[in-house]
Design a protein around this ligand. Sequence first.
Ligand code: HEM
Length: 692
Amino acid sequence: MNKKLEQLEKFKTNDKNPVYSTTNTGVSLSDDANSLKAGPRGPTLLEDFVLREKITHFDHERIPERIVHARGTGAHGYFLSYKDHSKLTKADFLSKQDKKTPVFIRISTVQGPRGSADTVRDVHGFAVKFYTDEGNYDLVGNNMPVFFIQDASSFPDFVHAVKMEPQNEMPTGGSAHDTFYDFCGLKPESAHSVLWVMSDRGIPISLRHQQGFGVHSYRFINQEGKSTFVKLHWKPLSGTCSLLWDEAQKIAGKDCDYHRRRFWEDIESGDFPQWELGAQLLDEDLQKKFDFDILDPTKLIPEELTPVIPLGRMVIDRNPDNFFAETEQVAFCVSHVVPGIDFSNDPLLQGRIFSYLDTQLSRLGGPNFNEIPINRPVCPFANNQRDGIHRMTINKGGASYFPNSIDKGYPLLKEPSANKGGFRPYPENISGTKSYDRSETFEDHFSQATMFWNSMSQHEKNHIIAAYTFEISKCSRPEVRTRYVNNILVNIDSVLAEKVAKNLGVKIEPTSTKPIKKIMVKPSPALSQPNLLSGDIVSRRISVIIEKGVDYDDVINFKDDMEKRGAMVMLVSSTLAQVECSGGEMLSPKGTIIGNPSIFFDAVYVPKSTEEATKILSDDGNFLHYILEAFKHLKTIAFGGSVSVIKELLRLPQDHGLLLGNGYKDITEQFFYSLAHHRVWERESKVSKIPA
Ligand code: HEM
């Protein structure tokens, strides 16, 4: 148990001690289901303090949801530093090998309300709170390395545009509507980020299969006081990969909690999600080495130019005990930094330093939100702040001001020092004329969007074209559609623009402005997801379809083999009743074909069976749809023995992800290989005729 979990233990109750129900002031109850009335049929009496206390508490159970990132999932874990990084930063949690720091992570979507579906197309928030020995450090990032706007002043406009439209609160959790494309069509700095969202990055397969990015340039300050600019990255050990759009939409309807559930189940089963924290480092005087400004949050530094240096590893190993108390009340603030970590002058970051503390005041109801158990630091904390709503600490002593003599000057100030000193901002030299001007170095809005497009594989490009087509087609105003294509897409890539324009029936209009000069559009292979797979099948989900007459050994051997390789295998049947195998053994399905459709899995195995089982399956429309849908979603499918006739029945064209054999031994290696490649991309051009 780490320091944070130990601390939380003190606040936990299992409601079995005391044994008897009481009011909030400890008075035991003799009735908790009937109000106090004047006679059994009489009116309720105002005197009923038990009823009033219960209803009053209920009436106030909700707090405002986050204005953005309302839908999210949280869990506990720890961070392990790979080594002593003190040459880079004096941050204590990176100061020695295997230094272990408790963390709480919250991964979220951005635009949807709390009850929206997990698999909508969106940016995903990736926020980590490190409970370090020197105070809390919050790294509040996203699963994409760039942002839509360059200056904090546009954030409210951006959010108003992307969230549900004000007159009818539609659409829920989706950017496919007029106000978003109206804003972005008029705001070219958003081009790069919108492209990321339209790529497969916008629909990750699970929470553990996505990267995290700090986005802004921050500073590391080392023991000598030297500053190095740093961009922080989280790389998932499970690899980075995504759903298909059709899958994502169907999952949103059949299990809107899909991501949350999968994350929860992985943690419960001991298959812990892990990420490596890495840093791109840039000496102060090297910041001009690029053709873009490293203070501009719409730009990334290609990894091929500046490699990501590994710093440590995060393991997420424990679900919360109470969603509201932990995940909902956790308060991330960009302003929570520790000595050794500091800000840059990125104008978006500067606004964020203010915004998070400010928003917690209304969301969590006052200035004492850091005293809520999930937010409390694990190191001692003290200052002269007092009072306010829901103050928990009982401060003793007569003086709550600095300086004081009455309390002998306590709490004292700590000198900044090489390590374990007080926080002191990096002494950056600043001078300038007050103005609203934006730096000329922020003017190039398209080079990196083109670089991202050029970095995509063919199937990723096809998905982007389809995503823009879907999204912009949902805009009801023709001028919004036309402007987005002509103001934005044309400037990213002509093929992209032409294909989307054709699909939307939009005319590409010759622009009167001079062509945009682009720099650095060379592909960056690190941006393309097929290059980011883990090479294994850890945490992949496989369904095994069993019906009466299935071969017991084939099921068990396949299951054992795949589980040894780290996959999660579920036995699925038409009902939850026990299934009698060909040799008389019994198997218990864990899910049904209807309740656990193939969209919830990465691969399907239909084991060796008797003719009887084959007949049952061939006559079952739900099963046939299951296979067709898995095929359409480019999944690995294997048939054992006689069931392979189903392939012919469904007229599925052969490819390397459709496997036939007489039992698991014939297909297991190819199954593993195909699944480790995530999807059977070669099939994609052939599936448009599949009716699923
Ligand atoms: C000026 C620009 C921005 C402003 C003003 C802003 C403001 C906010 C606000 C008010 C919240 C709700 C916080 C809460 O109620 O607890 C929030 C959440 C969040 N923001 Fe931002 N944001 C900005 C840009 C960004 C950027 C660039 C990123 C990514 C690098 C980001 C990542 C997040 C994340 C991950 C959360 C959810 C935190 C959680 O899980 O509780 N935001 N933001």
